[in-house]
Design a protein around this ligand. Sequence first.
Ligand code: C2O
Ligand code: CU
Ligand code: CU
Length: 535
Amino acid sequence: MTISRRQVLLVGGLGVVGAGVLSLPLQDIEAKSASALDSRELPRPFQTPFVQAPILRPDRSDIDPVDGVPVQYFTVAEVAASAAILPRLKTPILGYNGIFPGPTISVEQGTKAVLRVRNQLPATHPLDGHLLYTSTHLHGSASLPQFDGYASDITNVGFRKDYSYPNFQPARTLWYHDHAVHNTARNVYSGLAAQYHLHDPLERALLPQGEFDVALTISDAMFAQDGSLGFDDNDHSGLWGDVILVNGRPWPVMKVKKRVYRFRIVNACISRSLRPTLSTGDPVTVVATDGGLMPVSQSVASWRHAPAERYEILIDFRKYAPGQRIVLRNLSNKNNVDYKFTNSIMAFDVVPDTVDTTDPTWNTIPAQLAPSDVIALQPSAATIQRTFRVKRKNGMWTIDGVTWQDVIASEFRKVAANPDLNAVEIWEFANSSGGWFHPMHIHLIDFQVLSRNGRAPFAYEKGSKDFVYVGEGEKVKVLMKFGPHSGRYMIHCHNTVHEDHDMMVQYRVGPEDAADTITNNPITAAPAQWDTGLA
Ligand code: C2O
Ligand code: CU
Ligand code: CU
């Protein structure tokens, strides 16, 4: 642990100092770790109405002449824009279509999507001058390697890339976000993140839809005096903002009717993990994890929710009185830096409006949800167990001592594992540190969490996942089957400042054959095109 991080933690532990009492003389480290806004300009909880990102309309629809499958075509432009996050000051952002979070893409299982991403950003980032090449990852999709947002498969300013998404997987909440090599944290923090909803008939029948199916993209931020975003990653340890944003608004208030609502919660923070809970002490019902519907719903009082993880929950507002306010609180977890208001996320105000009781989801909390191939996998089917040690080495974050820089140096040939197509394996992530948690993500596949330090996973983790919280001193085992594609995919920590410096490696499914090196080469198979603006 570095000196500066220790100081940050001390400051953070005091809670009120960071965000609340700005008239006190601030030590250097405090000024670095929280917003430098004048107190009049600081947002306060529950002053702003809840909003959601708009749903992106497809440009056109079509039938794929090769396989007869319907396809929808979407376009987003990555642009610099200005956002109204603070009460008065404007905040420069980078956004898909100029908004943060970007527009939500909503698709049906069995319809493919092609997302054209046009990089119309300025040449360099206003914060630190890094080049604004991008790579777009649809997190939660089993995409081919060349459409997976491989960090080094970059789209330079003035170029565009068409990403093909198969959408054959079970319904789930995904998110698309920037994955540009070494710059993911700054680019995502600046606004390049958005939700993507994959629907299927089972999920449509079981869970609330339309206005009762609500996207919550949670992030944290710190602001400079002029209202622009501040960025301090404490020597690549992590960024902890003192302002909690939900869909780009500080601690918003949502009006809710007396019925059951579904919330798709994406933690889009750079480093902060959350432990959400309701102020009433009532439990929520977790119905879906990263990979979609759980086999059985789980009632929990709170849950540990790291960056990039998705949980879908139901909250039943029937029992509350009109006029009542229910706060979604954050109990936090070890090794986060907390400020005065980071213990709140948003609030729900119950309104007396009439409820449509012909919609059967209005009062239904389903217990049985959907069977899952991933959860049906048996550990006895595994042919090998591999261990990945997540640790700091020579000032760099590594996976078994390896960084993405090593992968680059190998001309992208170095792999940390090489499972066969359709092989079943057990992977263990081991974190011997007490000072850090590492939110680990494996691209391509969904897995089952088998155990944590030999014990059963948490109730809310008993669903299909692409992501696992590897807490302090934890050894976590996951079980998965590799496919349906072969090729090279990333494994990394999703504390994106760790990822950028440089806690990311890759694995390859199947042999290093022509499919891997040519047809589905993550960098050369579908390169970005110069964007004439006419197409
Ligand atoms: Cu959400 Cu490799 O990332
Ligand atoms: Cu991913
Ligand atoms: Cu990490």
